[in-house]
Write a protein that binds this ligand. Structure first.
Ligand SMILES: [Zn+2]
Ligand SMILES: [Zn+2]
Length: 243
């Protein structure tokens, strides 16, 4: 309300521009036409287990992708707003490096568009940052997205449901086994939140889901703490065929 009232003043001081490329646009909190068109929304058909898009393949209803068949996931589904293309990457970088207030809402809206209505009580838990990283950046980007999501969906929010005990090196260079090894014991459920996690349906929120090693560690920690099931919502998902 107040924001609308002052919108003309704000626009005069900071003319709305695309947070990714800087192009002038009509309204704050949006993207320019070009940057929109660079986002790729994962399409159907998709894996019934992890929602990985099959592309143009002809697959029967309820088909499961090869990675899920090889290693059945412990999560109850992955809902990604976008695939991790250059466009999504620029947007995430802009979000982490300054435009967080405008972009948290936009990114969360895109995530909500892909997130089915979840029946019953759900608890939103962000992927945790190590406290040193949190201190450097000043905010946990996944927690900001989680906060925007609960504004719309009215789920519970538990920003400190998970703790990252160890800072972990970038996982990009590592193979699947090594990544799992590095993540082992790095993330645990917060013992002070045990009562809330036990028996809860949890929506784990991540900004970019890369190899799945981090989210798997989170899912394991939540299930170990007694969560009934864990779904994952992320803004962008790297399809790991190449990994
Ligand atoms: Zn743009
Ligand atoms: Zn799958």
């Amino acid at each position: 309300m107040l924001q609308q009232l002052f919108a003309p003043v704000i626009d005069l001081v900071y003319p709305p521009c695309c947070p990714t490329c800087g192009e002038g646009i009509a309204q704050h909190g949006a993207l320019c036409q070009d940057c929109w068109s660079e986002l790729v929304i994962p399409g159907e058909p998709q894996c019934a287990s992890c929602q990985r898009p099959f592309g143009n393949e002809q697959v029967p209803e309820g088909a499961i992708c090869a990675p899920c068949l090889a290693d059945p996931p412990r999560h109850a589904g992955i809902h990604a707003a976008t695939l991790y293309t250059d466009g999504a990457r620029s947007l995430v970088l802009a979000f982490k490096h300054g435009h967080r207030i405008a972009l948290a809402g936009l990114l969360a809206r895109l995530m909500l568009a892909r997130l089915p209505v979840l029946e019953g009580d759900w608890l939103v838990v962000p992927v945790p940052l190590h406290r040193r990283r949190l201190w450097q950046r000043g905010f946990n980007q996944s927690a900001l997205l989680g906060r925007e999501i609960v504004r719309v969906r009215r789920h519970g929010l538990l920003v400190d449901g998970l703790l990252r005990l160890r800072a972990t090196p970038p996982l990009g260079e590592l193979g699947r086994r090594e990544r799992a090894k590095v993540m082992k014991g790095a993330i645990v459920a917060n013992p002070r939140r045990a009562g809330q996690i036990a028996g809860a349906q949890v929506l784990l929120v991540d900004d970019v889901m890369t190899s799945g090693a981090t989210t798997n560690a989170c899912v394991d920690a939540l299930l170990k703490a007694g969560a009934a099931k864990v779904r994952i919502a992320c803004f962008s998902r790297v399809l790991d065929e190449a990994l």
